[in-house]
Design a protein around this ligand. Sequence first.
Ligand SMILES: [Zn+2]
Length: 455
Amino acid sequence: MGQIYIRNASYIVTMDKNGTVYSNGDILIQDNKILSVGKIDPSLIHEDAQKINAHDMIIMPGLVNTHVHTSQQLERGLGDDVSLLTWLAERTFPYESSLTEEDSYISTLLCMVEQIRSGVTAFTEAGGQFVGSMAKAVTEAGIRGILSKSSMDCGEGLPEIWKKTTQEELDVQEDNVKKYNNTADGRVRVWFALRTLFNNSDELVVRTKELTDKYKVGYTMHVAEAKDEVEYVTKVKGVPTVTHLHNLGVLDKNLLAVHTVWLTNEEIDLFKKYDVKVSHNPASAMRVLGFAKIPQMLDKGVCVSIGTDGAASSNRMTMIDEMWVTSLIHKGWRLDPTIVKAEQILKMATIDGARSMLADESYGSLEPGKKADLILIDPNDAMMMPMHDPIANLVTAMRNTNVKSVLCDGKWIMKDGVMITLDEKDILQEAKSHADSIRKRAGLVLRDRFPIVKC
Ligand SMILES: [Zn+2]
């Protein structure tokens, strides 16, 4: 693969332990790893290195999105302005259960286009249906993904095709780990996933945790997501969600808990004690779930990352927008403009995202020895200028269009705004026709919001 030498960047935001930012710095990449950052010893640079002039640009680690429903990408627009129950039972369950393997592949490809265009180089799947299709799409896209199957073995209202026994759900996940974990040069990893306590028996939860330890992988779950969920668990189990998971003995450092809106202060302490990781999805939570106690979690040292959720929940699958929303909502509900600062948000979206994916030794910051996952940002437009405070600008002013190039595992996957690994035009065409046919198959008919006059 050789060397890539990117020089003369206005700023290199490394996200290392000290938060080092280099001005007018360079970065040297050897194969798929970072060799040197900052001021580079000229003797390290090979004559035939690919040289990139990053004058007036910002370089930072690729963004890490810790909650993505790849299987909901073609469902965008089917979940707006409805109650949570309608969203779930009348839209999302019928839609997702109508997907074929091919639909899941196209859905994931479209999702990858959106991720790459918004500067993401690593993501965690929330739990979909066809891990093989997702793995194929992620392998082709060139980014990193932790994939999993959504597992459910109980609960009301599940589509017939999803009614599985505990053993069946464990078997298929175990099989996925064996088949796809650590494929595509290690870019594709496979974890276990639990949907929610509405649809997961205690046996499934406990045996899932046992299997994650056996295979040395993580697991992810929607935890204390909705008020209804915590009330339901309290009624059935006698204690709220996180306390119940603690009683089952499954809180651990390899759990990536998603949303975590309805936690007591004692439950936040449990997260800290067991080093449970949190994926904060502010836009989707704002719709219906509520305000997660992110300021308290950060104060207590809980590892918090950011996720976009699915396209049917937050509509914008972009970490850039999600960082902006994160910068606003906690200040708003706490009436305190000094909390959840831009530098904390950048950490959540990079190195702490990598930590949540149990991969902070490998990526999430720009340091020698780490994987070459980075993005080049051009801030020279009316949306991002001037640059009095570049860190604040990255969080509160940057748009997708400022992301010009994306490098993952030492390979360009977008260069100067052009997708390298994926045929974007073709994917958009395929996505249109697949989305229409899934909607029809699922029997979803939406009311017209305005009278439509055919011409
Ligand atoms: Zn989710």
